[in-house]
Design a protein around this ligand. Structure first.
Ligand code: NAP
Length: 506
């Protein structure tokens, strides 16, 4: 078996395979380390706006009485420890980027190409995530800039930014997290905003004494995680569907803006004109206060060009800067690019997805037998924990593997009719959300189709997966070679249930 990617999805899949008794698998990772986005994003101030208890695997609960929200380094450390403690290291092929995956119909197997060779696998699981390829905007003259420039996910740590004039393009979660640190060091920060995001305050990153005492009670960590999980479903998920919590959340965000930003002109620029939840909500308590600083300027004139020493806006102003930080997000709707995926009868996945990326619960596509996705189309949870969503997908993929074993089939694939029915449900669910009536974001592809987020609660996802068992939705695909008998699922033998302690707060 081949798993591609060693972030939350790939590591979670690896541990699940081991626990189910599969030992014959390899995790290919393009980089030199595990961690996915938490390895790549090292920008100053990078942290997670999902509480650490929820932002961890259920089999390796992140139990800490100090840290409420983890920082980038803590999450990366956590993933490294899970990989080591769950004995995944021998399965990892680091520094190995898969460039193509081709289904060999005669054998019912996948051929995976790398820059240096080929491997063959019975099953392939794409766990490459959605936010791993930086997006750089196509602004005229971008390459003419003579100063330093980089994307938030490719932070260049070799340079001292103290006392510099810095431009930040974009005002999403990454920009909001980076701004306070930059503003404290730079001479001046010019923040270029195209669209204001909705912002809600975030509790302090560390627990207070009362919460710490509470968390020392038996079962408290588990109870807290459950409360967070159900709370996200009950409070945040309805916001995206204009449900009961949308108005209170919008009211809270406006009130928060009003309290944090005294200047009415600045406030007006920061007030979104689309429904809350239309783009991912920013949870941050330092972003608005930083915008009041005298060395921070919010520029709302569109950037029309970049020249050797600065950025030119539509009003003709040239904003001279030493550094440009692109906080412009990721090529999320492209999903598996640059891997060329070829399925049955010569179909090519990205050609098929030209009319919009689509997959059965974000995890399988008809015509691609024995191929699974983790965090595929329309399975990003904008209102809760994505590691938890991935665990649900991993459990389902394991059930598919068990079905394949039971059928004695070389390969199984999701049924066309099951996919069509799911698509119909998705279209109806998406129509009820605020995304179709909001402008562009990484939730949508260039044509405006909502391809990335899951349009309901995490609980609904779980329930629907339970109601769409593989036995009813997948079918055997014949191949000339008999089913390979190695790697049969066995009862769970390996467990990784040791709580993974977080490192001391630095
Ligand atoms: P993002 O949310 O996609 O934001 C990109 C920003 O760049 C937007 O403000 C966008 O403006 C702007 N932009 C793009 N092209 C532009 C152009 N040509 N001119 C001016 N502005 C331009 O990207 P992100 O902030 O990196 O965040 C991506 C996702 O990563 C988040 O939504 C979140 O899911 C995840 N993330 C999570 C955390 C966490 O704490 N868990 C932290 C960071 C990131 P428009 O809005 O007008 O398009």
């Amino acid at each position: 078996m081949a798993v591609i990617g060693a972030g939350f999805g790939g590591i979670g899949m690896g541990v699940a395979l081991k626990r189910a008794g599969f030992e014959d698998f390899v995790i290919f990772e393009k980089s030199a380390d595990v961690g996915g986005v938490w390895r790549d994003n090292t920008y100053p101030g990078c942290n997670c706006d999902v509480p650490s208890h929820l932002y961890s695997f259920t089999f390796a609960p992140y139990r800490d009485r100090h840290i409420r929200y983890p920082g980038q380094r803590q999450i990366l450390e956590y993933l490294r420890r899970v990989a080591v403690e769950c004995d995944l290291m021998p399965h990892l092929r680091l520094g190995t980027a898969i460039t193509a995956a081709t289904y060999l119909e005669q054998q019912g197997r996948w051929e995976l190409a790398t820059a240096t060779g080929r491997s063959v696998a019975d099953v392939v699981v794409f766990a490459v995530g959605q936010l791993h390829r930086p997006y750089l905007p196509d602004i005229e003259g971008r390459t003419d800039f003579a100063g330093l420039s980089f994307h938030t996910a490719e932070w260049d740590h070799r340079h001292d930014l103290r006392g510099r004039d810095i431009a930040v393009i974009g005002t999403g979660s990454s920009a909001a997290q980076i701004l306070p640190t930059l503003a404290a060091a730079a001479a001046r920060v010019h923040l270029f905003q195209r669209t204001p995001h909705w912002v809600l305050p975030k509790p302090p990153a560390e627990f207070g004494p009362l919460a710490r005492a509470g968390l020392s009670l038996p079962g408290a960590h588990h109870f807290y995680r459950q409360a967070l999980d159900h709370g996200a479903d009950a409070l945040l998920a309805p916001i995206m569907r204009r449900g009961w919590s949308a108005r209170p959340a919008a009211w809270l965000a406006r009130r928060y803006l009003h309290r944090q930003v005294p200047d009415p002109a600045l406030r007006a620029k920061l007030t979104p004109d689309y429904p809350i939840g239309g783009k991912r909500i920013i949870f941050d308590s330092h972003y608005y206060p930083t915008l009041n600083r005298p060395n921070v300027e919010l520029v709302t004139e569109p950037v029309t060009g970049i020249v050797g020493d600065g950025l030119v806006t539509a009003d003709g102003t040239c904003h001279r800067v030493d550094v440009i930080v692109y906080a412009t997000g990721f090529r999320a709707p492209e999903f598996l690019v640059p891997v060329v995926v070829r399925g049955r009868e010569g179909r090519v996945l990205h050609e098929q997805w030209r009319t919009g990326a689509s997959a059965f619960f974000g995890l399988a596509v008809p015509g691609y037998p024995n191929a699974f996705l983790i965090a595929g189309p329309n399975s990003f949870n904008p209102a809760g924990s994505n590691p938890a969503m991935k665990e649900r997908q991993i459990d389902y993929i394991l059930d598919c593997l068990r079905l394949r074993d039971r059928l004695g089939a070389a390969a199984i694939e999701v049924d066309e009719e099951a996919m069509r029915a799911h698509r119909r449900w998705l279209d109806r669910a998406i129509a009820k959300t605020v995304w179709p009536i909001t402008g562009p974001s990484w939730y949508k592809d260039r044509a405006g189709r909502v391809t990335n987020p899951w349009p309901a609660s995490a609980r609904t996802y779980e329930r629907m997966l339970r109601n769409h068992r593989p036995v009813a939705c997948f079918r055997a695909v014949s191949a000339d070679t008999p089913y390979p008998r190695h790697g049969r699922p066995a009862p769970a033998v390996t467990r990784c249930s040791t709580p993974v302690a977080s490192p001391a707060v630095s």
